[in-house]
Each structure stands twice: as structure tokens, then as C-alpha cells.
Write a protein that binds this ligand. Structure first.
Ligand SMILES: [Zn+2]
Length: 226
């Protein structure tokens, strides 16, 4: 290999590492749109995102700016389609999650708590990009929501606004959580569309996406070496 080629390769690697790598691997940065949080990928108790109040009907909740704006857009569209939505729970701090988990353990037992409530650090709500949504006038978060007009609307349209229904039916072994038709997570329009169309849970999508990025990097390197 010539010196020139080696130099080009180093330059390319440096550029990718500094710039587009972050954009290309949004699952790596905690503020990245694909940052994965589940029982195997926990968030630090010290992570506190910058959030703001979401201006929608329901309980007063907050989310990160981009997610909040997208949620407001989504609620407006749902109302226009006669499937008005209401918010139940958005950003939750590590401490708040600890309280909720402890309460569920006490009232419903360990097994139910494990299936439905994330242990502190394993909740997407701590990222400020998730919202528990229900139909307007009701606040029940249960599997039946998926069959309501609002639930069906969410399942079919959330992706248009950059959200995915995070815990799909039949994917409990992958996501680690029971089916939750009310829990939406913001990933941005591009990824939401791809995830919706693929029908796979985010865990699978992220691994495939990562492989595609590696593939891209290998091809770029090959080009330089040729
Ligand atoms: Zn939730």
C-alpha cells in the first residue's frame, strides 16, 4: 500500500469518527434518535435530558424539544381524524421511576411489576422521548387500548410524526416488556417509517442499522484502498 493511500485511509477514518459517524450511529449517543434503552441497556441515574412541557390535552407532561413538537403535531392530526388523544406520562426522572416501580411491586407483586414497569434506568421515559398516550376522556393504559379508535390510529399513523409503538404484541422476548399499544417513542421520521414498514422491534432494527453502517464503512475503506 502506498503512503498516499494510507494517509487517505487515516483521513477518512478520522472524518467518519468525528462527524458522520455520530449521525450514522444514532444508537451510540445518548441523545441520538436510536439510543436503545431496555433491561440490557440501562441509562445512568445521572442522565437528565433538557425537556419542556408538551402543549397537548391530558396530564401536564414534558419531553425533549424535538419529541414534544412532534407529539403536538401528532395530536393535532389525530383530532382532525376524529381520534383525539390524551397524554398520561412523558419524561420521568430516575427517582420518579424508582417510586413507580416500588409502588407496583407492592400493589401487584414482583412478576407484574417486572412485566409492566421498567426498573429504574431501564425506562425510555427517562430519555424524554417517550409518551404514554390514551384516548381523550380515558386514562386506562391496557392492551385493550390497541383496539380502540385512538389505539388503531396510533398504530397506523404514529410513524408519520416520527414515533413508533415501542412494545409490540408477540415481541415480548425481544423487547423485554409486555405489549403496550399506548407507549410511543420518538425516533425521528426517517427511522420511524423504516421501523413501521419493517414491523420489527427497535432492538432488531438497531442491530440491522448498525450492520448497514459497518457495511458502508467497509465499502468506503475499500474504495480508498483500490
Ligand atoms: Zn410508557
Amino acid at each position: 500500500m502506498s503512503i498516499q493511500k494510507i494517509v487517505s485511509l487515516i483521513t477518512l477514518s478520522a472524518t467518519l469518527l468525528q462527524g458522520s459517524m455520530e449521525a450514522a450511529m444514532p444508537d451510540k449517543a445518548i441523545d441520538g434518535s436510536l439510543f436503545l434503552v431496555n433491561r440490557d441497556h440501562m441509562v445512568s441515574e445521572h442522565y437528565v435530558p433538557v425537556v419542556r412541557t408538551v402543549n397537548v390535552v391530558g396530564m401536564r407532561q414534558s419531553m425533549k424539544e424535538e419529541a414534544a413538537a412532534a407529539l403536538e403535531e401528532m395530536y393535532a392530526a389525530a383530532s382532525q381524524d376524529s381520534a383525539p388523544l390524551s397524554s398520561v406520562s412523558g419524561y420521568r426522572s430516575f427517582t420518579k421511576q424508582s417510586t413507580i416501580y416500588a409502588r407496583k411491586q407492592k400493589t401487584a407483586g414482583q412478576k407484574t411489576a417486572e412485566a409492566y414497569v421498567a426498573i429504574p434506568g431501564a425506562s425510555e421515559h427517562q430519555l424524554g422521548v417517550a409518551m404514554d398516550v390514551t384516548k381523550r376522556g380515558g386514562s386506562n393504559l391496557n392492551a385493550g387500548f390497541g383496539k380502540t379508535k385512538a389505539g388503531l390510529w396510533i398504530a397506523e399513523n404514529a410513524w408519520r410524526y416520527g414515533f413508533i409503538v415501542r412494545y409490540l404484541e408477540g415481541e415480548e422476548s425481544v423487547t423485554g416488556y409486555a405489549y403496550e399499544p399506548w407507549h410511543v417513542r420518538y425516533v425521528g421520521k426517517e427511522h420511524a417509517k423504516a421501523i413501521y414498514e419493517s414491523g420489527v422491534p427497535m432492538e432488531i432494527y438497531v442491530s440491522v442499522h448498525r450492520l448497514a453502517v459497518y457495511d458502508f464503512l467497509i465499502k468506503q475503506t475499500d474504495e480508498v484502498l483500490q
